[in-house]
Design a protein. Structure first.
Lengths: 382, 324, 335
């Protein structure tokens, strides 16, 4: 059978073959990622449509239109032997898929090289309950402040080019305005202490602030589905598209810049489930292995710069979306509560929205509900 | 709460139910004035008289079949089988008669009877007097089978079995008769016969056992705890109908499963537990489930040989460790 | 103990207490059994009855005579050759046919079949397919009767083949030791399945077995319905009064093979001939006619009416719905 260049987004016209993940003549399984393509939006892995021997047609670097043939997957040939299935316990297989770990690339500590839970979690750098090291927080960049001498010119990498195009497009075409609010985080801190250990024990995943924010966002969007509407130019003219499911993009910083994997189907999800989704998304993003599902549009993205130095910032709405929630660093400040001066801990949320589909009143209502949800809970752990 | 022995718990359960319901009666060999060869009917003859506490001739087919006749005609008979091995004698009355009667009659009859069979190894009674018989009748549809691992279980399950309107085979263990435990006697409320029970919580492995193997599994858990391994111990309790949902739930947390039975593994309940848990919680298993049981030859008499044949706490702990 | 092949009774001759109406009822009962069994045979050939079935043509006098001597609250157990006993106790024919046909309207909802007809409201507490399996159960029912103190008895019917199995020994012993009101009624038709009694049992007068238990025993001509009635009445009276169990051997013969698929070629044709001459459905109406108690025309009318009722019952049964294959039967297993 043929592997053709798929249409991965509404605006896509061509794709560049970045890298073949399997060699010609190698045996591939159905659903196995075999090639990396780059489109105007992102770099994506494409999976094999069938089982058989791979015959490569398009070379790395080739720029192809949609529908062009990339490769053929041949029927059984006597020449290539069937690859040995990697021995792994059912649990290890499940965890490997969750954390994006390739079983073939890790060693197994079980009998006959069987991969076990600890092998997979070790490779995923996840806490093995209960006596393991916590996930290291993202270390701030240690680049010393110094100017560049001589003014070297370096062309932007594909990713940097992509980001540059996206933010410029956004500023050019999306009339955005921002609303901000300071929210107290003590409810989250308390909930994290109460619910975190059990979840970590059961799943090996440590809860982060992001998980709580995602649940709060999902609940607020559930209460105000209008915020999920986004602006499109349809055949009949300007229109608003409102998806039924609640999906959120999550900005993940990578070495070269950033990428935005998607957290899907968040309605009613527990903290435990959200943490698993978040962790898997971060893994995918850092490994450069976004899937076709990550390329599907969402309406809202969350950008958490809490680890950095800014109290607040205004994020840029992703083209094709209608809002973005920016999270500043957690800090203490003096506030007034019930007429008294107190020191409280919290952070500033800045929500930027597309005024073509979300106006001031709705934006402010949304931010108010979101703040209340964050400050009051309740949090659903399981 | 008072501490009584397993034996006393059985007597208490029989007394309370026989006082409560005049349609109950008990039959068995030497259970009358002698109180039973294992003293599990002590005092019943004096309290309830010869009509309701009957010594039988040595004829298991006869009096187990008679129990069916009594159950069909409005009575609630209890039969004591002196050694569970003797279930072989009255096998036909149980499998062809008792277990099938209600269904064959189109649900128009009711068979509220209890067979209490005292079995188990460890007391040097040799091959013909040491079966637990847990697996002998395991595949007989129409029969309920329960196994009491301690005094509270013996008390609670016997009372529930007597109140159950279906035929119940209650397996007791002769090596546990002097085991002491807290039992809340005297209340009128009785829990119906239901599934497995977690006796000790843990996160690293699930051990499932019945009868005397429960105590050994708890001892194994103590040994494992010294090495920092937290084993969860579950008493299976009800063999038929078998409900392994609590076990699957446990394995979802521990990812390791070991079963321990005092009978041959081939044809034993351990395989059924493994099959059900593998179906329910396949993706949570981090190692193949392991079963412990007796060797594939009849039980030898000589003490060192008998002791070696029965899974010890050390063997159970070693099996758990080998899976981790 | 009288070992001669003559009917004997214990106590008074209760046959004298039969009225003309009783006699007609006995005849009618036997006709009902005969016509039912003949129809079962035809239905089997038509594919309506499944598996196998065990017919009792020739042995009707035992069922009819014994049933007439019992009370409605007595308990009865019997074997897979039990259609006659069920009908004699008043089981509904259509429900019985429907059970044999495997329909949901059967007396056991189609779950038991020919060998397991049960009707607890009529005291038919169970029909046991394992030879001798019902005897210990009958002992239990006898114990219940004793405990109830209302004068009930427990009757169990079995064949000559059952006297050699362990359950027979244990049940007889228990009944005698506990002095229970149990009637052990042995229908000795000389054949245990395909094997004649002289090859399996040390003697042919099975009442002798009872001696081993010091139990009262009687031998009767099982084809003489009034003799059967008398013997069972006396034994029942004794049991009701606390006199203990009785073994009643009924000498009889089955016209057909052991089961539906057996052509019974193992029997000596002369033996078969001589027993057919003693067919109760021929002998008894002739006797009643001779004594002026039932005119031949009336006898024929009874047969015709019964045949019509049997046909009607068969038709209703054959129209009955099948049980649902997908149904969960657990509620019929556990209460």
């Amino acid at each position: 059978m043929d592997l053709l260049v798929p249409k991965l987004s509404a605006t896509m016209e061509t794709a560049t073959v970045l890298r073949w993940l399997k060699k010609p003549g190698e045996r591939v399984r159905i659903g196995e990622p075999i090639v990396e393509l780059e489109t105007d939006k992102a770099a994506l892995e494409v999976e094999s449509p069938g089982e058989g021997t791979l015959a490569v047609v398009a070379a790395e670097g080739a720029v192809l239109p949609i529908g062009a043939r990339l490769a053929t997957i041949g029927g059984d040939t006597a020449t290539s032997p069937a690859p040995t299935r990697v021995p792994a316990s059912p649990l290890a297989r499940k965890l490997a898929e969750m954390h994006g770990v390739d079983l073939a690339r890790i060693t197994g500590s079980g009998p006959h090289g069987r991969r076990r839970k600890r092998d997979v979690l070790g490779a995923a750098e996840v806490a093995v309950p209960p006596r393991a090291a916590p996930i290291p927080a993202a270390a701030p960049s240690a680049r010393p402040l110094q100017g560049t001498e001589g003014g070297a010119v370096e062309p932007l990498s594909p990713m940097r080019r992509r980001i540059a195009e996206a933010v410029a497009l956004s500023r050019r075409t999306i009339p955005a305005f921002a609303l901000d609010r300071w929210v107290e985080t003590r409810a989250i801190t308390a909930a994290r202490q109460a619910l975190g250990p059990e979840i970590e024990r059961a799943s090996g995943i440590r809860l982060t602030l992001t998980d709580f924010l995602v649940q709060a966002l999902a609940d607020t969007l559930g209460a105000m589905p209008r915020l999920l509407g986004r602006f499109v130019e349809a055949e009949g003219g300007p229109a608003r598209v409102t998806p039924a499911s609640i999906d959120i993009g999550l900005v993940v910083a990578t070495e070269d810049g950033m990428t935005i994997p998607k957290l899907r189907d968040l309605r009613g999800q527990s903290l435990r489930a959200i943490a698993a989704l978040r962790q898997a998304a971060v893994q995918r993003a850092r490994a450069g292995r976004l899937t076709a599902a990550d390329a599907e549009p969402v309406s809202l993205t969350l950008s958490n710069l809490g680890a950095g130095g800014a109290d607040r910032f205004e994020a840029i709405i992703e083209p094709g979306q209608s809002s973005i929630v920016a999270v500043g660093r957690e800090h203490e400040r003096v506030i007034a509560r019930g007429g008294a001066i107190v020191v409280a801990r919290g952070l500033i949320l800045t929500v930027s929205v597309d005024h073509r589909v979300i106006d001031g009143r709705r934006g402010a209502e949304f931010l108010g509900l979101l703040a209340e949800r964050i400050e009051r809970g309740p949090w659903t752990a399981e | 709460m008072p501490e009584i022995t397993y034996r006393e718990a059985i007597v208490a359960a029989l007394q309370e139910e026989m006082r409560r319901d005049p349609r109950t009666l008990i039959m068995g060999e030497d259970i009358g004035p002698s109180g039973g060869p294992f003293k599990t009917c002590q005092g019943l003859y004096e309290e309830f008289g010869p009509a309701r506490v009957r010594d039988t001739p040595i004829s298991e087919t006869g009096f187990v079949g008679a129990a069916l006749g009594l159950a069909l005609t409005g009575y609630r008979p209890i039969v004591e089988i002196m050694f569970a091995d003797f279930l072989g004698v009255c096998f036909d009355q149980i499998v062809s008669g008792i277990a099938k009667h209600r269904l064959m009659s189109g649900g128009r009859t009711m068979v509220p009877l209890v067979i209490r069979a005292i079995g188990g190894a460890g007391l040097r009674f040799a091959a013909q007097h040491s079966q637990t018989a847990e697996s002998w009748l395991l595949s007989v549809q129409g029969l309920k089978i329960v196994a009491a691992s301690g005094p509270a279980e013996a008390y609670g399950m016997l009372r529930a079995a007597i109140r159950d309107n279906n035929p119940v085979l209650l397996l007791e263990h002769k090596a546990l008769l002097s085991l002491k435990g807290e039992v809340a006697t005297g209340s009128d409320a009785v829990e119906p016969l239901s599934g497995a029970r977690v006796l000790r919580e843990g996160t690293d492995a699930t051990i499932v056992a019945t009868l005397a193997m429960v105590g050994r599994s708890l001892a194994a858990a103590e040994l494992l705890a010294k090495d920092g391994i937290a084993a969860e111990v579950i008493d299976l309790r009800v063999l038929r109908p078998m409900d392994t949902s609590a076990i699957s739930e446990s394995v979802r947390r521990t990812n390791i499963l070991v079963t321990v039975e005092e009978q041959a593994k081939l044809g034993g309940w351990g395989a059924e537990v493994v099959a059900q848990v593998a179906a329910d919680a396949f993706d949570e298993l981090d190692a193949p489930p392991a079963r412990l049981g007796l060797p594939e030859y009849p039980l030898p008499y000589s003490p060192p040989l008998e002791d070696a044949a029965i899974p010890s706490p050390e063997a159970i702990a070693a099996t758990v460790k080998s899976l981790l | 103990m009288n070992l001669a092949q003559q009917p004997t009774t214990i106590g008074d001759n209760s046959a004298a207490s039969l009225t003309d109406a009783d006699r007609v009822a006995l005849f009618r009962s036997m006709v009902r059994i005969r016509e039912f069994e003949e129809q079962v045979q035809r239905s089997y050939l038509e594919g309506l009855v499944h598996g196998t079935t065990h017919l009792c043509q020739g042995q009707e006098a035992v069922a009819a005579g014994a049933a007439h001597a019992m009370r409605a609250d007595d308990y009865v157990t019997f074997t897979y050759r039990g259609h006659g006993h069920c009908l004699a106790r008043g089981m509904d024919m259509a429900a019985a046919f429907a059970e044999l046909f495997g329909r949901a309207s059967g007396i056991c909802r189609g779950l038991g079949g020919s060998m397991h007809l049960t009707d607890i409201e009529k005291g038919l507490i169970g029909c046991f397919g394992i030879v001798g399996g019902g005897l210990p159960v009958a002992v239990g029912a006898g114990l219940a009767a004793q405990l109830n103190g209302r004068g009930q008895i427990s009757t169990t019917f079995f064949g000559d083949g059952a006297v050699n199995i362990g359950a027979f020994h244990e049940a007889m012993n228990l009944a005698q030791v506990w002095g229970l009101p149990v009637l052990f009624i042995c229908e000795n038709n000389l054949y245990g399945e395909f094997t004649r009694i002289n090859h399996t049992t040390p003697f042919e007068n099975l009442a002798r077995r009872a001696g081993g238990y010091a139990m009262q025993a009687v031998m009767v001509d099982g084809n003489d319905v009034e003799a059967v009635f008398a013997a069972v009445s006396s034994a029942a009276a004794r049991g009701r009064a606390g006199g203990g169990p009785t073994f009643i051997e009924c000498k009889t013969y089955r016209h057909r093979g052991h089961s539906r698929t057996d052509p019974a070629k193992y029997r000596d044709p002369a033996e078969v001939e001589s027993w057919l001459k003693r067919d109760p459905l021929v002998v008894y109406p002739a006797q009643l006619a001779e004594r002026g108690m039932l005119a031949p025309a009336d006898a024929e009318r009874i047969v015709a009416e019964t045949r019509s009722a049997v046909k009607d019952a068969t038709d209703r049964a054959a129209a009955g719905a099948w049980p649902q294959a997908s149904a969960d039967l657990t509620p019929y297993m556990f209460v």
